[in-house]
Design a protein around this ligand. Structure first.
Ligand code: CS2
Length: 490
């Protein structure tokens, strides 16, 4: 197998697609914070396509890793060894696949190792866009849209001379740019949040104002925060996956990726310092992302959670495994058609029925085999984003809320950290303080509903919902998830 670097690009197996441009002639115009699998399989793919177009060579990406852990150090080392190159294999539902080497990330900085270097890189006048995928829980914004200045992670960072959070790095870079008369960059969030541009604006501006009121005012005035809707199912990559993918491609890539063949990116046209010609490579620009985002978050992401939580309790590992169970697919079909769709106003030309159909088709993709545990992880941050509007719609309209109560019951049961056959799994709930998690483990099965996760749901006015959650938790424990689900479908 051929190792991967600039020097070996011409020796790779012929079926592997390689960058259609000279990487040496590109320069970074985008800095991306938190270079996870999703960014590498989605945004970096569009940028790879754009770099091959005339006059677009100054839009390569400098990746900025934020975390201070072994995984991040390893990632930085591999990025250096492979000159930022990696393979992405896209699988269609019928198993057809294509492997391409992506070359858009031409530089990598591990901020935790040298925060000043990261700030300097962001302050470079050539950087026109700072994009980010810091996860749903990474914005420190509560259910009322307030930025949590008193959260220990933020309060500590505000005290540091050289900050380390995304908010701190960006603020300090903008300070330098302002001092030097360089002008601002666009801050573009690519996380799954409702109205993500506004959330990003609130978070970055509030943080900056707390650090320096005058700078905060300048940022509010000059920086734009476009909203985006991003979509591509990108599973985590295990050591077995690395071996499988490399065997398939014939490339000895230490950090290969795989994804479904579907991809979508809708972006609000609001860039204060210019942008690449992404419309030429499949990105949709619009003045209003909200209708696209509603459809995606409330249908795809919401049903992902609706599948992963019970599926995990039922001892399934992957999405296609769970999708082979008709009790679960019936739940999703009904959830999409009867619970989510009635409260969505889709963009012109989008049929919610077709979209629902497509979501289930994507979930069935056997080659993607997305892990239920990946999807269930950080549910405490995800559910308020994915389920809130649907729950509120159903409760206010007095419609049947039992499927959503079942979803909540599964979430609370999932927090116990074991499946119904008592197999333990590793819970990853960074957004859930220990005190909140303890509520889910109390004998009082309604106590979990006091968690901040549900604070925007107006549950106090709908006691029936809480009663049903308690009854369903009991049913799940006494009769098992499948029986509970079967009764629900009647
Ligand atoms: C998933 C998403 O983790 C989750 O909650 O629903 O990662 C999903 O795969 C992506 O948003 C797809 O675009």
């Amino acid at each position: 197998m051929t190792p991967l670097s600039n020097a070996t690009l011409k020796q790779l197996p012929p079926q592997v697609l390689t960058p259609a441009y000279d990487r040496q002639k590109t320069t970074p115009g985008i800095a991306h914070l938190a270079v996870g699998n999703f960014h590498r399989a989605h945004q970096a793919l569009y940028v790879d396509r754009v770099l091959a177009r005339d006059g677009q060579q100054d839009w390569a990406i400098v990746g900025i890793g934020l975390r201070d852990n072994e995984r991040e150090t390893r990632r930085a080392a591999i990025m250096a060894e492979q000159d930022g190159l990696y393979t992405l294999t896209e699988f269609a539902t019928d198993g057809e696949h294509t492997t391409r080497v992506l070359g858009a990330i031409t530089e990598y900085v591990q901020a935790a190792k040298d925060r000043k270097a990261a700030i300097k890189r962001l302050a470079d006048p050539a950087i026109k866009i700072v994009s980010l995928t810091i996860t749903e829980g990474g914005y420190y914004v509560d259910a009322n849209g307030q930025f949590l200045l008193n959260d220990p992670a933020i309060a500590e960072d505000l005290k540091r001379d050289v900050p380390e959070t995304a908010f701190g790095l960006v603020t300090e870079a903008l300070r330098l740019r302002r001092e030097r008369g360089v002008g601002p960059f666009t801050v573009m969030t690519c996380d799954n949040l409702r109205d993500n541009g506004t959330v990003a604006r609130t978070a970055f501006c509030t943080y900056a104002t707390a650090r320096d009121a005058e700078l905060g005012a300048w940022i509010k005035e000059n920086v734009t925060f476009p909203s985006t809707m991003v979509d591509r199912i990108t599973p985590s990559v295990s050591a077995d996956d690395v071996a499988r993918l490399d065997k398939l491609s014939g490339v000895a890539d230490k950090m290969p990726l795989f994804a479904e063949d579907f991809t979508q990116w809708v972006v609000e046209e609001s860039f204060c310092a210019g942008r690449p010609e992404l419309e030429a490579v499949g990105v949709q620009f619009t003045s209003d992302v909200a209708p696209y985002e509603q459809v995606k978050l409330r249908m795809l992401n919401a049903s992902h959670s609706m599948l992963a939580l019970p599926g995990l309790l039922m001892d399934y590992d992957t999405v296609p495994d769970a999708m082979a169970d008709t009790a679960l697919t019936t739940l999703l079909e009904q959830f999409l058609a009867e619970d989510a769709s009635p409260f969505i106003t889709p963009p012109d030309g989008v049929s919610l029925q077709d979209y629902a159909h497509q979501v289930l088709h994507r979930f069935r993709n056997p080659a993607v085999g997305d892990q239920l545990l990946r999807i269930a992880s950080d549910s405490a941050s995800k559910l308020p984003v994915f389920w809130t509007d649907t729950v509120k719609g159903i409760l206010h309209a007095g419609k049947d809320h039992r499927r959503l109560a079942f979803g909540v019951a599964c979430f609370l049961e999932y927090l116990r950290g074991e499946t119904e056959s008592h197999t333990q799994y590793k819970l990853s709930e960074p957004g859930l303080p220990a005190t909140a998690k303890a509520l889910a483990l109390e004998d009082d099965l309604a106590a979990g509903l006091q968690m901040p996760v549900f604070s925007g749901w107006d549950l106090a006015n709908y006691p029936d919902f809480a009663e049903d959650v308690v009854a369903l938790r009991k049913d799940i424990r006494d009769q098992g998830v499948r029986k509970t689900l079967t009764n629900l479908a009647l």
